[in-house]
Ligand binder design. Structure first.
Ligand SMILES: Cc1cc2nc3c(=O)[nH]c(=O)nc-3n(C[C@H](O)[C@H](O)[C@H](O)COP(=O)(O)OP(=O)(O)OC[C@H]3O[C@@H](n4cnc5c(N)ncnc54)[C@H](O)[C@@H]3O)c2cc1C
Length: 432
């Protein structure tokens, strides 16, 4: 490959460049690298684009991150909870119902047993089920009613019948009957899920991770936004009117945006791109003049009276991200891309919710606050997605365009997977 162009200097783009080592140009529309893994400061408080906690399972990434940033991370045992019925239960809800009312616990166990007898192996293939059916078959009606359905409806803002269950296997923990019973009786279970412990930089926020790659990147061009691509001429045009030619193009920008700027795209592919759906997230950040407002890392909120689905506390995994004697909060509120909640209303609703559940007090002094809109945050895995991707990715690859990373593959995936996606891409290009 002679000319390789990489669009986007988030983790996937940076990892591609890092593993290629040479013969590439990497372009980023923002003034700094990192994409979603950037950090920023307001009045002495440092925030990420909501919580960005590193979970690594692959020995390759563990080794790579340790080489790039020796001794930079601290490991934390997860302190994640659910707030419902006025009380906190440990995450995951399904394996920790102890502490809820007896009626709710009974409903959860009875529903699970019923589902367990019908589907002893968990559920039918998660590939063929809707997310809603997967929830009922895997956890039963009680856990569905008291957490899984209301929480996911709030997060996804899309009928759960329309969402597929092909992404749940790594992200939603599925306990055994024994563990469900332990959890109901308050007997400690093993740690569940993909994130029982996580890493976070001791200093400087999650931006340390992309910045550690950037040190090895040669041909990085910041503040250069790709605005048009020509398949026929194999050229990329930027917002400053410069034009570059490519033999291979690696794109990490959101797939629908990529398809929109390809000038000579076949109608069938354009149509398929228009069916791709996604969710946006408002990231509301608060710096509070009171130490220890919570001892938790993050909390899930399934109930509809709270506008947020999750709230986290950076000072509990990174104490030096707040001034002395202070606390910090990030609040996640999802919205459909076309929905626009005015900032003042959003802030009012968030503050009221935080006071209602006891995290904030009426007299708390807020020293820092802002709202960041993450327009393309979560890919919605629906049936259209599977069909559309079967057309889009092979077509793009036939034109030497490789869409990678969370928003190029158009999937629900993590920072580790973005790094691996870049490595695999580089290896593939080196073999071409
Ligand atoms: C709310 C939220 C919380 C998350 N929390 C976690 C977590 O705790 N742990 C975890 O492992 N993962 C988490 N993730 C996932 C993680 O952020 C992603 O998997 C990862 O950052 C994706 O990296 P990427 O390089 O694929 O995409 P991005 O980071 O989106 O990078 C794409 C880059 O392309 C650039 N770009 C876009 N368009 C253009 C253009 N036209 N021209 C030039 N450049 C362009 C963008 O500016 C961006 O820098 C979270 C994601 C979200 C939304």
């Amino acid at each position: 490959m002679r000319e390789i162009i990489i669009i986007g200097a988030g983790l996937a783009g940076l990892s591609t460049a890092f593993h290629l080592g040479q013969n590439y140009q990497i372009f980023e529309k923002e003034s700094e690298v990192g994409g979603l893994c950037r950090s920023f400061e307001i009045n002495g408080f440092s925030f990420d684009y909501t919580g960005h906690l590193l979970h690594m399972r692959d020995p390759y990434t563990k080794d790579l991150v340790a080489r790039l940033l020796p001794d930079a991370f601290a490991s934390h045992s997860r302190r994640a909870y659910i707030y419902s019925q006025g009380t906190y239960t440990e995450y995951p809800f399904q394996a920790n119902t102890y502490g809820l009312s007896k009626e709710v616990i009974k409903e959860c166990i009875a529903g699970f047993v019923e589902a367990y007898l019908r589907f002893p192996n968990g559920s039918q293939s998660s590939e063929s089920l809707s997310f809603e059916d997967w929830i009922y078959q895997t956890f039963g009606a009680g856990i569905a009613k008291h957490f899984m359905i209301p929480y996911n409806q709030k997060l996804w803002r899309t009928p759960l019948k329309e969402i597929t269950a092909d992404w749940v296997s790594w992200s939603v923990p599925r306990p055994t009957l024994d563990e469900i019973l332990n959890g109901a009786l308050g007997i400690k279970n093993r740690a569940f899920g993909y994130n029982p412990s996580f890493l976070y930089p001791k200093q400087g926020g999650i931006c340390q991770l992309p910045q550690s790659f950037a040190k090895y990147i040669q041909n990085l061009h910041l503040k250069k936004k790709v605005v048009e691509i020509s398949l026929q001429q194999r050229t990329v045009c930027f917002d400053d009117n410069t034009v570059y030619s490519y033999d291979a193009l690696v794109s990490t920008m959101p797939l629908p945006s990529l398809l929109r700027i390809i000038r000579d795209l076949p109608e069938e592919i354009r149509k398929a791109g228009k069916t791709l759906r996604y969710l946006s997230v408002y990231d509301v950040n608060l710096g509070v003049k009171r130490p220890g407002i919570s001892d938790k890392h993050w909390i899930y909120f399934p109930e509809p009276q709270f506008p947020f689905y999750r709230v986290g506390f950076p000072m509990n995994y990174a104490p030096n991200t707040v001034p002395k004697g202070c606390s910090s909060i990030y609040v996640e509120v999802s919205h459909l891309p076309e929905e626009n909640i005015p900032a003042s209303r959003l802030m009012e609703d968030v503050m009221a919710g935080l006071i209602q559940c006891g995290i904030l007090r009426d007299d708390d002094e807020i020293l820092a606050s802002n709202i960041v809109d993450i327009p393309c945050a979560y890919v919605i895995h629906d049936r259209n997605r599977q069909e559309a991707l079967k057309l889009i990715h092979p077509y793009l690859e036939s034109q030497n365009i490789y869409a990678i990373g969370r928003y190029g593959r158009w999937e629900y995936s993590s920072m580790e997977q973005a790094i691996l996606s870049g490595r695999d891409m580089a290896l593939r290009l080196q073999r071409l």
